[in-house]
Design a protein around this ligand. Structure first.
Ligand code: SER
Length: 398
């Protein structure tokens, strides 16, 4: 998990102490291929922070061993003993400069993975690269069935995506993308795999959602107690549970809320969580109470949390004070804006549905309301925001 630390080895510069490595790495992802941040709450397996469990082959084993051992770990009764019928896989389809990964497909078939369970997907899904240049390669991803019934023999990621949860990715780091875009074979073959701790925990506990595992379940329960059954919204609870876990770890690792870069991501996570409490009609100070559950749970595992618990609660409390003041004013201002659109529609019969960038920027500049949340609220009122214009103004402002 996390190939950047091994880049030089992949390029053949310097020999690794050991050709076989296992590691774990905390990872925050808010923009993946489906924009992970906005996927949180919509399904049972998206979350912004995850623990990547990795194993590495540096100039050692390659596709055959990696796929065979992955299958053994997942299905052998002496290990995870997952029903093979509840697994399916994807392999790299094809690209202008790289052939279809039939080699991986054939290895899966040799392990009795039926052809119907092997989907060939494009580079968007089955090619892993950290940047435009650097080591990269095709990958094969392994999915676990989370549907509410038994999967049909022909169900797979290609035709039934939402019922298959990605649990493991085996990346075959075998090329280097050069500045001019050409793919140069690496001097050695390498493997970089990563498994989602939260999702494999879901799988091994035969749950259907990561939010039912002991990473999140007690927090979800506490949120329900705080807001009451009548006001409880499942999507809001997942967003709060995920975002405050991520924020707790980020502050523990030295990030504080600001308006740029990773600090801005922390600000957005905290503010989105606060707003979700508002949507459940809860306006009191509450974020620290949620974070304390994570602090108590994870202090024995992470020194970063044990040693920074006071700082975590202090930063969250300060951000909550700042935002809850402006949030009420912001919502009033936003409602006025929506009213203005409704009147404009009645008068002119022209459905004006785009909030101009300057109005969106005023909401941001006056109330520090993240543009992404303005867009989300606008979407709920069937309006859109001219985010292109906003981003130009935001860049200038920065
Ligand atoms: N390839 C993924 C990463 O580099 C997992 O190792 O983060």
């Amino acid at each position: 998990s996390g190939m950047a630390q091994f880049k030089e080895y992949f390029l053949g510069n310097g020999t690794p102490k050991s050709p076989r490595i296992a590691d774990t790495q905390k990872c925050l992802r808010v923009s993946g291929k489906h924009n992970d941040l906005e996927d949180v709450g919509f399904d049972t397996y998206h979350h912004t922070m995850f623990e990547m469990l990795g194993n590495w082959s540096l100039w050692d084993y390659f596709k055959k061993e990696s796929i065979t051992w992955s299958y053994e770990l997942l299905t052998d009764p002496k290990w995870f003993w997952i029903n093979p019928k509840h697994l399916c896989v994807t392999v790299f389809e094809w690209d202008k400069d790289t052939p279809r990964d039939e080699e991986s497909a054939d290895i899966w078939k040799s392990l009795w993975m039926p052809a119907e369970k092997i989907s060939y997907l494009s580079a968007k899904d089955n090619w892993w690269a950290a940047w435009a240049t650097w080591p990269c390669g095709p990958d094969t991803e392994i999915f676990y069935w989370v549907g509410n019934w038994e999967p049909t023999p022909t169900s797979n990621v290609w035709n039934d995506e939402d019922n298959w949860m990605e649990i493991w990715n085996n990346v075959f780091m075998q090329f280097n993308r050069l500045e001019d875009g050409t793919l140069q074979p690496l001097p050695n073959k390498n493997v970089d795999t990563w498994m989602w701790l939260e999702r494999i925990t879901t799988t091994l506990n035969k749950k259907k959602s990561v939010y039912e595992t002991d990473v999140f379940a007690d927090v979800i329960e506490e949120i329900k107690n705080i807001v009451g059954e009548g006001n409880y919204l499942d999507k809001s609870a997942k967003i709060i549970a995920d975002h405050i876990r991520s924020a707790t770890h980020m502050i523990a690792d030295g990030v504080i809320p600001k308006n740029v870069d990773q600090w801005y991501i922390l600000r957005r996570l905290i503010r989105r969580a606060i707003r979700e409490f508002y949507k459940m009609w809860y306006e009191g100070k509450i974020i620290c109470k949620i974070s304390k559950i994570y602090i108590n749970k994870f202090s024995s595992i992470y020194d970063s949390i044990k040693n920074n618990s006071a700082k975590i609660l202090d930063e969250l409390s300060k951000e909550e004070d700042k935002f809850s003041k402006t949030l009420k004013d912001w919502i009033k201002e936003f409602e006025k804006l929506v009213k203005w659109f409704e009147i404009a529609f009645e008068r002119s019969w022209k459905k004006v549905t785009v909030i101009s960038w300057d109005k969106a920027f005023k909401l941001y500049d006056t109330y520090w309301f993240p543009i992404e949340m303005t867009s989300e609220l606008a979407k709920e009122k069937e309006l859109t925001v001219d985010t292109k214009g906003f981003n130009q103004a935001f860049q200038k402002h920065q």
